[in-house]
Design a protein around this ligand. Structure first.
Ligand code: MSP
Length: 525
């Protein structure tokens, strides 16, 4: 992608009916990492996240806690969802709440527009609804209950009983968009990623689409249907519209033209809403469809999708209080292939922390800065003549930068980290082979020692830049210790696509003492 282009990326907006868990944190740090990568590439980047505050799920959570739904969401958003962004070290540009006026008014405007275009009609409806999903369930996701729910129909995802709803509803003529959607998937093969998600969506749409109920009249916690205030707009229609209401749809045409369309990153549980219903809604309104929808997999705990309702929810702070936000980000983004399910376990997290962060990257940084302090009074020395081994490192650094960028461009975050990690592994091997501590004992090897340490310091310069979107804190600490802050300016101002170019850290840069980037963690077992 040429630098300077618009890059607008979103997380789903989460239900603040409860506190966040590590699954929500996973999506958010992935999106933040992609946004930081593009921001640091000079792209006109905008990252949006937020909360989805209407609907029956929220109404019930509030009732169970004896407060109004507005009080409930204000409390949860203020006490848990805003602080989560700090906990995870997320640099979002905006946070939208669907109870904000800027959203509610524009949702009504959008729904009125598609009504005026003849895409909505009134009808009767009777179907099984899952409040957990906030969705009328298709037959494929309705199963027989077991245990306490024996004899009842339950939701495949939540394993909770479905409710039979019978209402007069307004319907969106989703069925009319089948051909245009199939054409979209054909013309833009990257519209849905990864490939497995695309295949699922295409075969779902090929089977034919049913019209979608887009209003509810049994409760009033929602945005009123503009032409009939006895109905509120279906919570998913309200929620999907956040992606346009947050960037000026209907109010600020210039801003809207600058940002929209977006890339959406979502969990695979909500893929169809984003890859089928959402583009159809936009087509009906005559608004551009998103650039892409990327569906990532589920975090599994004990082999099952982690969720609060199944009591397997883990709060992000449980991990971050012990390992820190960088380790959280690194672990989930590198250990799980983005787009596939991945199992979480404390053992895996602890062992990767120790092997890859503490012993791998952290130790490399400590050794290099300590040796420059010890052997060259803390001043980055000039390299002498490069040997083949040194040139190999240089070419690997250049290749890692290119490969990581190509992978990030495809939203392959784990591949990008793997490409960058080649530098860490190479350099640790390079230090072992070159034994700078032995070179330091012989005056005749002074120039060789300088070349080896310059090679290490300059590679760490590249590593700091390339890893800063993934681990903003540790890389900033390293950047300062390398003296690069004084010599080259702020880390986030370094153009990431140029990170692999050799020779940027000036000779003579003053290196400072570096405390361990990833301190030893006491066993929690
Ligand atoms: N409010 C809707 C989304 C509306 S978007 C217009 C919603 N909210 S949610 O709070 O249930 O969040 C769902 C999202 O959280 C998933 O799509 C995924 O991004 C993330 N995850 C929730 N549980 C997860 C796992 N166990 N594993 C991975 N991601 C998970 O749906």
């Amino acid at each position: 992608m040429p630098a300077g282009e618009s890059f607008y990326i979103t997380t789903p907006i989460y239900y603040p009916s409860d506190v966040p868990h590590i699954g929500h944190g996973y999506t958010t740090v992935a999106v933040d990492t992609l946004a930081r990568w593009h921001r640091q590439s000079g792209d006109d980047t905008w990252m949006l996240t937020g909360t989805d505050e209407h609907g029956q799920k929220m109404l019930r959570a509030a009732a169970a806690n004896n407060v109004t739904p507005q009080e409930w969401v204000d409390r949860l958003v203020g006490e848990a969802w805003f602080p989560l962004l700090d906990t995870l070290d997320v640099a979002n540009d905006d946070f939208i709440r669907t109870t904000q006026q800027r959203h509610e008014e524009r949702v009504q405007q959008f729904v009125q527009a598609i009504y005026d275009h003849g895409h909505i009609y009134a009808g009767e409806y009777e179907a099984l609804y899952c409040v957990g999903c906030e969705e009328f369930k298709p037959d494929s996701e309705i199963v027989d209950g077991t245990g306490p729910f024996e004899g009842l129909k339950v939701c495949l995802i939540h394993s909770k009983p479905l409710e039979l709803l019978q209402e007069k509803n307004y319907f969106f003529k989703l069925s009319e968009f089948q051909d245009r959607l199939l054409e979209l998937y054909r013309e833009q093969p990257d519209f849905v990623r990864p490939e497995s998600a695309r295949n699922e969506v295409v075969s779902f749409v090929r089977q034919g689409l049913k019209d979608l109920s887009i209003s509810r009249s049994a409760f009033d916690w929602g945005i009123k249907v503009p032409w009939d205030d006895s109905h509120v707009i279906y919570v998913w229609v309200d929620a999907l519209l956040n992606y346009v209401t947050a960037v000026g749809y209907g109010t600020d045409p210039e801003e809207f033209a600058r940002r929209w369309p977006a890339h959406h990153v979502v969990g695979k549980d909500i893929l169809r809403f984003h890859a089928v219903i959402w583009p159809a809604m936009l087509m009906a309104a005559g608004v551009d469809v998103p650039k892409s929808v990327f569906a990532h997999g589920w975090l599994l705990v004990g082999g099952e999708k982690m969720s609060k309702s199944k009591l397997t929810g883990i709060a992000p702070s449980e991990i971050i209080d012990v390992f820190g936000s960088d380790a959280y980000r690194f672990y989930f983004l590198s250990a799980i292939s983005f787009g596939h399910d991945g199992s979480f376990s404390w053992e895996d997290l602890a062992s990767r922390y120790q092997a890859e962060l503490a012993n791998g990257f952290g130790n490399l940084a400590s050794r290099t800065t300590a040796m420059i302090q010890k052997y060259f009074d803390g001043v980055v020395p000039a390299a002498g003549e490069y040997t083949d081994a040194d040139l190999t490192i240089q070419s690997h650094v250049a290749a890692a930068g290119k490969q990581a960028d190509a992978a990030m461009e495809q939203f392959r975050i784990d591949d990008a980290i793997e490409a960058i990690w080649v530098i860490v592994d190479d350099l640790n091997g390079y230090i072992t082979e070159n034994e700078p501590w032995a070179l330091a004992r012989e005056e005749s090897q002074r120039e060789r020692l300088a070349t080896v340490l310059y090679t290490c310091a300059e590679s760490l310069r590249a590593l700091s830049v390339l890893l800063s979107p993934v681990m903003p804190k540790a890389t900033t600490t390293l950047w300062t210790a390398l003296g690069a802050e004084d010599a080259l300016g702020a880390l986030t101002a370094q153009p990431i696509r140029d990170a692999g170019r050799w020779g940027q850290l000036p000779v003579g840069t003053k290196v400072h003492t570096l405390a361990p980037l990833f301190p030893r963690v006491e066993s929690t077992a």
